[in-house]
Design a protein around this ligand. Sequence first.
Ligand SMILES: CC(C)(COP(=O)(O)OP(=O)(O)OC[C@H]1O[C@@H](n2cnc3c(N)ncnc32)[C@H](O)[C@@H]1OP(=O)(O)O)[C@@H](O)C(=O)NCCC(=O)NCCS
Length: 177
Amino acid sequence: MPVRDAEPADADAIAAISLVAVPETYRDLCEAGVVRSIVEQSYAPEALRACIARCGRADDAHFLVAERAGRILGFLHYDCDGPEPELHRIYLDSAEKRQGIGSMLLGELHARLAAGSGYILMVIAANHPAVAFYRKHGLVDEAHVDGPSYMHERMGVAFPPGTAPVPALVLRFTKPT
Ligand SMILES: CC(C)(COP(=O)(O)OP(=O)(O)OC[C@H]1O[C@@H](n2cnc3c(N)ncnc32)[C@H](O)[C@@H]1OP(=O)(O)O)[C@@H](O)C(=O)NCCC(=O)NCCS
């Protein structure tokens, strides 16, 4: 199954996956307003198109897609646009989970990183499948944070006033030398 760099024309397919996968992932973990804010602000096709185009021009950002027979099954977005390199998102079509596709996306990112370099990511602590996935790939605990505050500070997502805290973990990957 090919993993390749996303192109702006992939934005609609990526938005379609996100529209289902993001609410499904966080339905029982976060308030509805948090999920709505993330989807509306980070996964609108125009926002994705701009992000993919920017990653395509940058040497230190990767927006990857996995596809089978021309159909996009999942995506990964890694960027160096914050204080340090960060894996911002990795989502699969709901029907395609636990078949190694997430591992292929992450493996392609790790193959592109220089030995000794690494990145951080934030994951909602109660998202147990994702935490298990990251641990399996060698990520280690770095900090405990509040998910919505982190997303607001690092990604500029605005949440409704009074949004309750959501425990989250910052994990770190370092590529072996
Ligand atoms: C997290 C995600 C990207 C993982 O991709 P995936 O293709 O489903 O995972 P893989 O098949 O590559 O799994 C690799 C390993 O991760 C762990 N893992 C993956 N899914 C798991 C689950 N549901 N429960 C427990 N461990 C899991 C296992 O160790 C697995 O190895 P194994 O199948 O040999 O036991 C994918 O499930 C997904 O899109 N989830 C919803 C979105 C999400 O939570 N994204 C992360 C936001 S921070």
